[in-house]
Design a protein around this ligand. Sequence first.
Ligand SMILES: NC(=O)C1=CN([C@@H]2O[C@H](COP(=O)(O)OP(=O)(O)OC[C@H]3O[C@@H](n4cnc5c(N)ncnc54)[C@H](O)[C@@H]3O)[C@@H](O)[C@H]2O)C=CC1
Ligand SMILES: O=C(O)C(=O)CO
Length: 328
Amino acid sequence: MKQKVLSYMRVDERVLAELEKEFDVTSFQNHEYVGDPRFDQALKEADGIIGLALKVTKELLELAPNVKIVSNVSVGYDNLDLEELTKRQIMATNTPNILDDTTADAMFGLLLATARRIPELDHYVKAGQWTVSLQPEQYGIDVHHKTLGIIGMGNIGTAIAKRAHLGFDMKILYHNRSRRTEAEERFQATYCELDELLERSDYVCLMVPASKATKHLIGKAEFQRMKRTAIFINGSRGQNIDEEALYEALVQGEIRAAGMDVFTEEPTRPDNPLLSLSNVVTLPHIGSSTIECEYQMSKLAADNLRKGLQGQKPPTLINEEVWNRREP
Ligand SMILES: NC(=O)C1=CN([C@@H]2O[C@H](COP(=O)(O)OP(=O)(O)OC[C@H]3O[C@@H](n4cnc5c(N)ncnc54)[C@H](O)[C@@H]3O)[C@@H](O)[C@H]2O)C=CC1
Ligand SMILES: O=C(O)C(=O)CO
């Protein structure tokens, strides 16, 4: 009999078709969750779970007695209760590295769009308002030769630093849990404490994972430390910043503008006050969402799932301890 798989949102359809040949797959394309009878039934039977942003909690795992692996189609795994998974000897996997360039491109796009006010001016042209010469109040600010502060110089942070240094002659400051010699040597990045980075950067880009340690890492005090001309970009997770404090900082002119790919609540609500501000540029969490990259992420996630269910070590296993203490 085929092993059973619960597939949750955004697994590429070609990859899903391949999985369906090997496994008995029940697929969910929307936000079904615990309490939905079809979902609960699929959980009860599943040997493996693959998908994007499924909240894997203790409550959910109680309903999934056979699960051996949870394969995330994302590098971030703040949706997983890793401690609980590990305790239950369930493997957890993610999709690191393959999305670094795509996500860095998106973050740089967001930075440029915010600095040069691209969405606002696009609207101005299309709305037929470009009837006279542009006024200085409509100008954006330079990106090249400015100082970029990257908080979280991991894989994606480093790919952002590469673009900034090689393409835009920017000076790079960074803050990270540990020193990153590769970024220091290749992109002349300078390590700073957080406060110093905030005070010296023209652009601040947040790329840390979501964890207890990073919840509201950037809040009122941090926005107040930034230059009044600073532009803040969040490409990490919404919970890493205090959105209300960001709104206040923008309205009070404590910083110039913000670019956001991620929100505290996703999808964000249309009445989120940040959406009413012209100096905020938003994206619907599409850092890694290109046709090519999403396919690669799904493929890697499927490979992780397949290996895990076949008793082999998944290539990008997060909780190694589960593998190390498995029974022979
Ligand atoms: N907007 C989007 O579509 C995407 C968002 N992401 C987010 O970006 C995050 C980073 O991804 P990667 O670069 O692949 O991860 P990574 O693990 O390579 O890098 C994260 C870096 O943050 C540092 N860090 C962690 N906690 C810290 C703290 N408290 N203070 C300072 N530094 C800290 C780590 O030392 C590490 O160098 C993901 O966890 C995810 O939340 C990732 C991909 C796409
Ligand atoms: O990979 C991630 O963590 C994302 O946010 C979406 O790709």
